[in-house]
Write a protein that binds this ligand. Structure first.
Ligand code: XIL
Length: 343
């Protein structure tokens, strides 16, 4: 039948993020290779996956993604070079867990980026250079990460400069969640302007787009944010798309409700009406993507089938979520057909 990668050809890349475990499953691997033309490793390129000790790197798991992408004529995206999560302590913290001196932290950041972007030079089309650096707090610009505490606000610009030096041919992205929302959108615009004012290369803003089906305004906000980023002279990549169908409340409330069995309503399967609502949500999103040709250059789904989605374990464990285009039996859901129809 018709495939996503064929339907979108010449307009934007359609990507999937998978884990090593997903790549090992022949049925999943078959879907990935036939439907998608871009690949992201769900964890295997992250700093903590590649290095436990200074100067010590293991690339075996990540290199399997390089080989898979090559074998199936897919583009490969690097995720990510600098993040406060899933990163080894040695990068920015001392034995006492306190921030390293600026010079040492900058050297560690450069060494890490040289090692990783150097290893994948010419093999990835681009890097999420910095992930999730903008604060969610209303009156705070940047998140107080270990990198920021050790280096200062300019750690972001430095990371982009190091990445460009290590692989001049790679596109460079700033990636974050909730950057469809106006408050974070404004901070993202500020960051793009500051980078450009310094002469730093940035090709695109990565919008994770971990959406929740009940958020009725999400697609309009996405539309406005794509326009805002395009006006700054950068492209947009949708980098981690999924549509959570479960209720989202505070962590603690969720755990209590989950224990009572009340917060996991679709254990036995997704009701057809919800599957249809999700299909319409995805269709509207792709209509927005197609509105501005050449602005959104990639749409990557954070997973292929519902059974392997990270949203079965986030924001609490033990959920039976249904965020993706294929169900647990690897059957296409209504959302798959709805996306193809829009393309
Ligand atoms: C998630 C992975 O999907 C999980 O397997 C892992 O346990 C935690 O990280 N934002 C990101 C991604 O940028 O790297 C995260 O991926 C999901 C949220």
């Amino acid at each position: 039948g018709e495939t996503l990668r064929h339907a979108a050809r010449g307009r934007f890349l359609v990507g999937a993020a998978v884990s090593s475990w997903g790549l090992n499953d022949p049925k999943v691997a078959g879907l990935v290779a036939s439907q998608f033309d871009s690949l992201t490793a769900e964890n295997e390129f992250k700093p903590a996956s590649l290095s436990r000790q200074p100067g010590q790197y293991r690339f075996e798991a990540a290199d399997r993604f390089v080989e898979f992408a090559r074998a199936h004529d897919m583009k490969l995206v690097g995720h990510n070079l600098c993040w406060h999560s899933q990163a080894p302590a040695w990068l920015f913290r001392g034995q006492d867990n306190k921030p390293l001196p600026r010079d040492q932290a900058l050297k560690n950041l450069k060494d890490h980026i040289d090692a990783v972007a150097g290893h994948f030079k010419g093999k990835v089309i681009g890097w999420d250079v910095v992930n999730e650096a903008i604060s969610d707090a209303k009156d705070e610009y940047l998140r107080k990460t270990p990198a920021l505490r050790a280096i200062g606000d300019d750690y972001i610009a430095k990371a982009f400069e190091f990445a460009h030096a290590a692989d001049p041919g790679a596109e460079l992205y700033y990636n974050d969640y909730s950057n469809e929302n106006p408050v974070k959108r404004e901070k993202t615009v500020r960051l793009v302007r500051e980078l450009k004012a310094k002469g730093v290369r940035i090709d695109a803003v990565g919008m994770q787009c971990h959406f929740v089906l009940s958020d009725a305004d999400a697609i309009d906000k996405l539309d406005q944010s794509i326009a805002a980023y395009a006006a700054e002279g950068v492209k947009v990549a949708i980098t981690e798309l999924d549509v959570d169908v479960l209720p989202r409340r505070g962590r603690v409330a969720d755990i209590g409700a989950l224990e009572k069995g009340g917060d996991n309503p679709y254990k036995e399967g997704l009701p057809p009406a919800v599957a249809e609502a999700q299909a319409r949500f995805y269709a509207r999103l792709f209509e927005v993507v197609l509105k501005r040709p050449g602005v959104v250059n990639r749409v990557t789904f954070w997973g292929v089938h519902d059974g392997a989605s990270w949203l079965n374990g986030f924001p609490v464990r033990g959920r039976t979520n249904h965020p993706l285009l294929w169900d647990r039996q690897l059957k296409p859901k209504p959302a798959f057909g709805a996306v193809l129809d829009v393309l």
